[in-house]
Ligand binder design. Structure first.
Ligand code: GAL
Length: 934
């Protein structure tokens, strides 16, 4: 969604892909000389990388796409990756660029792929990407063809290897964009906004713009930059005029002083926008037309200061605040790692509800998250995945920084998590180089690593970093601080406590853990203990709780049939577990009280029921059916535990501050399921084909009280402008399909994720057997749609060659061509222009040759020449297939006969008869088409 504003020349590439999970390589099927020779040349990649590869039998796919999430769970698959089989696959998309695009820079942007990718355009390998979490661009300007030719984009994905020990999905799981830019333009990620507070309270605003000239001719340009607040222009920066050589980059600096600044904070995340326009100038200094010479980029940013101090912790805008953060992996129920923007937004909002102010992208960068955190007011620890300092990784690190450094939300860069080399001299050297790489580009944010040891070593990464993150082991915070009183410390990973939403019993036989916050990993702490260690130490800048949400893979504490973890504060759908209530009272300022207990009709009257009363009040009072049971002073951190004999009726807890009632919580015993309540995560959808909404279903009784035991199968019937892209219920032991239109309730709740698919309002009917339907209408708002790069189905043939000279006589079509001969026949491509070879050569014969594989029973039955000039004679497998002698220009089509053969050898002989224009030859790309409207 990052281009969801009116930026020019941006096309969404998410639709109409062909996909197949397959191991086919890009090597030729045979190893004869001609195959090996051809493969070794530019654009010679074979298999699905090849332009003419037949993908008509492949499934169609829409991005973001995670092909693994749609699979079944199987105990044979890797447990870390959530018991779903990964593998390798290919994606293909064919698109056309207009003649007017010639001379522009054509860029592809991939926001993320899992895991390794090779990207081919028209058979040419133009990028290998081994880091699945980073966004990157590929300049394809030199490799694309223009109308009438088509371009074949092919992406080979290797997902049988992995980068992490959690669920990583597989496929092109984030958005893809095609960007067209004028020759002189703002470089990819080329604007860096640097707001700096000065001693007198004003802000110096420095803007660095990198201009790129992606073609050979030098040019002039002018930069016009303006500052916007809430869509209104507040300031023009002084214009800048400069020159740029061909194939060069120029860094331009513009600056201004700004007085009246509204600061970005977590409570009030005020954002500003910089719009940089690059206007190309002709040799005489005039503006080149808008179509050819204007590029602009809008970048949002904020004014804020940060400081990390070894004694006092973290400071935002001069205020000392504790980082109250969650670590999160990126996957969500139903959709795996192909998580729509709106779902990410929902997840961050859920965390904010608990009083959280920080988010750790564990253990990888996530560019879209930064935009959301800017908007919602959440500070981010952005994390690098691969700990290494060789040039390839350093380039990835630079990409992470370029992506992150304009975002006010980003406060920390983490360069590793729990690396065995962290406490070694090698680790120190690596960390030093990475930190230096980051600081060269952005010296305003501290760089740290998350350590699980090695931080007390005298040689180790500790000595190369600005701060240290300690994962778990809170009893070592003091020891560290004593040894290194000048190194700031953050509890980069804490808790790893377990609970399952809606469960109050712990039953290890059935992979279930109750919600009383009394179980954690052997290396972890309960939520309450973890917070106590941090909150009692000023020098610990804050916490990042493992984790905000349950995630797929790395099932802990149990393995199969558990397929996900129990660590989440929320479950995998974002439904709150009781842990949420603990954070609300521990982290939020406003008075709160909540009882953690199973006050349920299945309890026997008189049976002792455990109740934890979590509160941030001074005193609490517990009563049942209006009878006061006990009033006591609250116990900080540990909270208060009661055992109450169960009786039907209402259990009530009241919290007092200074003797006055400040908060209360009531629990009544729910009845039978009566209806389904459906609630949407947002009020409306945009009709852009990307927007999403979450539909949460809750079983309620006749009084509207939630029925936590309901486990009915719920169906989602969706009509109008939306479709279901995944379902979930938060049960980490469930093996129900993620990609379906129904899901069982788990402890009374289930969820469907919908994506916009049209302009009509969406109507969602939710039902389960024997219970009336609940209907929700979701309005679809008409917005300026992002232009999509449409796919085309034309198949353009490649591999044509032409005899090296023209002949005076009609050639012998039985001529033997030695398959190793790459010189008698020259490779040739057709681009919509007559061929020079015939100029002035009237009545001469030219010979074109090709051999094309065509599936006999497929629908492609015509070889179509849109523009062929001169007299034409076509031989197909030694038999004359067509002859045109009555006219000398225009199209020609030849039917491919059905037969045993799949390899068709074509000789096309052309005699230059065109006395008027003296032009001849095959002038436009030759295509294979299904039918020609006959
Ligand atoms: C940490 C690790 C996390 C996760 C967690 C589970 O050691 O950094 O990725 O595995 O343990 O408790």
């Amino acid at each position: 969604m990052k281009y969801y504003n009116d930026q020019p020349g941006i096309y969404c590439m998410n639709r109409d892909w062909r996909f197949r999970e397959t191991d086919i390589s890009d090597l030729p099927a045979s190893r004869r000389h001609d195959d090996v020779y051809d493969y070794s040349k530019a654009a010679g990649a074979k298999g699905p990388a090849e332009i003419s590869y037949d993908d008509s039998e492949w499934e169609t796919a829409e991005l973001p796409h995670d092909w693994v999430v749609q699979k079944e769970f199987t105990p044979d698959a890797m447990l870390n990756h959530g018991y779903k089989m990964r593998g390798n696959g290919w994606y293909r998309k064919k698109f056309r660029l207009g003649e007017e695009d010639m001379g522009k820079q054509i860029l592809l942007e991939f926001e993320g792929l899992s895991s390794k990718a090779s990207i081919y355009i028209n058979g040419l390998l133009c990028k290998r990407q081994f880091y699945g979490y980073n966004s990157f661009s590929v300049d394809i300007s030199d490799f694309v063809c223009f109308y009438p030719a088509v371009n074949q984009l092919a992406v080979k994905i290797e997902a049988d290897a992995w980068e992490g020990w959690w669920y990583e999905g597989a496929g092109i799981y984030r958005n893809v964009w095609l960007i067209k830019k004028s020759p002189v333009h703002i470089d990819y990620q080329g604007v860096y906004v640097k707001p700096k507070e000065q001693n007198d309270g004003t802000w110096k605003l420095e803007i660095e713009t990198t201009i790129e000239n992606s073609f050979g001719t030098g040019a002039g340009f002018r930069l016009e930059t303006a500052l916007y607040q809430s869509g209104k222009k507040v300031l023009d920066l002084p214009k800048k005029r400069a020159d740029i050589n061909g194939f060069d980059h120029v860094l331009c600096r513009q600056e201004t002083v700004f007085e009246d600044v509204k600061k970005w904070s977590t409570e009030d995340p005020s954002l500003y926008e910089i719009c940089v326009k690059c206007i190309s100038l002709s040799e005489t200094g005039e503006e080149v037309s808008e179509e050819d010479g204007l590029d602009y980029l809008k970048v949002s940013f904020g004014f804020r200061t940060i400081r990390l101090d070894a004694e006092t912790g973290f400071w935002l805008n001069g205020e000392n605040i504790k980082l109250k953060g969650f670590c999160c992996h990126q996957d969500h129920a139903g959709v795996g790692v192909a998580v729509p923007y709106a779902v990410k937004e929902f997840r961050i909002s859920q965390l904010k509800k608990l009083g959280a102010n920080a988010y750790r992208c564990a253990h990888n960068p996530d560019p879209e998250i930064l935009q959301i955190c800017d908007k919602l007011g959440m500070m981010v620890m952005e994390e690098n995945r691969t700990f290494a300092s060789h040039p390839e990784v350093l380039e990835e690190v630079r990409g992470i920084v370029r992506n992150a450094r304009n975002h006010p939300s980003v406060i920390l860069y983490s360069i590793f998590n729990e690396e065995p080399l962290q406490g070694t001299h090698r680790g120190m050297r690596m960390a030093e180089r990475i930190r230096n790489t980051i600081h060269k580009m952005d010296h305003t944010r501290p760089v740290l690593g998350s350590f699980n040891g090695g931080y007390l070593e005298d040689e180790g990464a500790v000595h190369a970093l600005d701060a240290v993150g300690i994962n778990y082991n809170p009893m070592r915070y003091d020891e560290f601080h004593e040894k290194y009183p000048n190194i700031p410390l953050i509890a980069s990973e804490t808790a790893s406590a377990f609970m399952v939403r809606g469960e109050y019993r712990t039953d290890e036989e059935h992979n279930t853990i109750g919600s009383y916050d009394d179980f954690c990993a052997p290396w972890g702490n309960t939520h309450r203990d973890a917070w106590k260690w941090i909150n009692e130490r000023k020098f610990v800048a804050g916490t990042f709780v493992w984790t905000g949400f349950d995630y797929r893979g790395e099932p802990t504490p149990f393995e199969w049939p558990s397929v996900g973890t129990f660590f989440g504060t929320y479950d995998s759908c974002g439904f709150p577990k009781e842990a949420c209530e603990l954070y609300k009272v521990m982290w939020k300022k406003e008075p709160g009280i909540h009882m953690i207990t199973d006050w349920n009709s299945s309890r026997k009257v008189g049976e002792l029921q455990k109740v934890i009363v979590a509160a941030n009040c001074q005193e609490i009072e517990l009563s049942v059916n209006d009878r006061v049971l006990e009033r006591r002073k609250t116990t900080a951190y540990a909270q208060d535990e009661f055992y109450v004999p169960f009786e039907k009726g209402t259990l009530k807890a009241v919290g007092f501050i200074e003797g006055t009632e400040a908060a209360s919580h009531c629990l009544a015993v729910p009845g039978e399921i009566y209806r389904l309540k459906a609630a949407c995560s947002k009020e409306a959808l945009m009709n852009d084909g990307l927007d999403s909404v979450i539909v949460n279903v809750i079983a309620v009784d006749a009084e509207g009280m939630e029925v936590p035991d309901a486990d009915n199968l719920v169906h989602f019937d969706v009509k109008g402008g939306a479709k279901v892209i995944g379902v979930g219920n938060g049960n980490p032991n469930s093996h129900e399909p993620d990609y379906a239109a129904q899901r069982k309730l788990f402890h009374g709740r289930a969820q469907a994720i919908l994506r916009n698919s049209g302009s009509d309002n969406a109507v969602v009917e939710v039902w389960t057997d024997g219970i009336g339907r609940t209907v929700v209408e979701i309005p679809v708002h008409q917005v300026q749609r992002i232009p999509y790069m449409e796919s085309v189905s034309d198949v353009v043939t490649v591999g044509w060659s032409m005899y090296y000279r023209l002949l005076d006589e009609m050639p012998d079509v039985d001529m033997e061509i030695n398959e190793n001969d790459r010189n008698s026949f020259e490779p040739i491509e057709f681009h919509g222009r007559p061929q020079n070879v015939f100029t002035g050569k009237l009545l001469k014969y030219g010979i074109y040759y090709n051999q094309i594989k065509i599936s006999r029973d497929g629908k492609r039955r015509f070889l179509y020449f849109p523009d062929v000039r001169g007299q034409v004679f076509v031989w197909l497998n030694g038999i004359k297939a067509a002859e045109r002698t009555d006219k000398t220009t225009g199209e020609l089509k030849i039917m491919i006969p059905n037969g045993e053969d799949t390899l068709y050898k074509f000789f096309v002989i052309i005699r230059n008869e065109n006395t008027e224009s003296n032009e001849a030859g095959i002038c436009a790309p030759v295509m294979l088409v299904d039918c020609l409207g006959e």
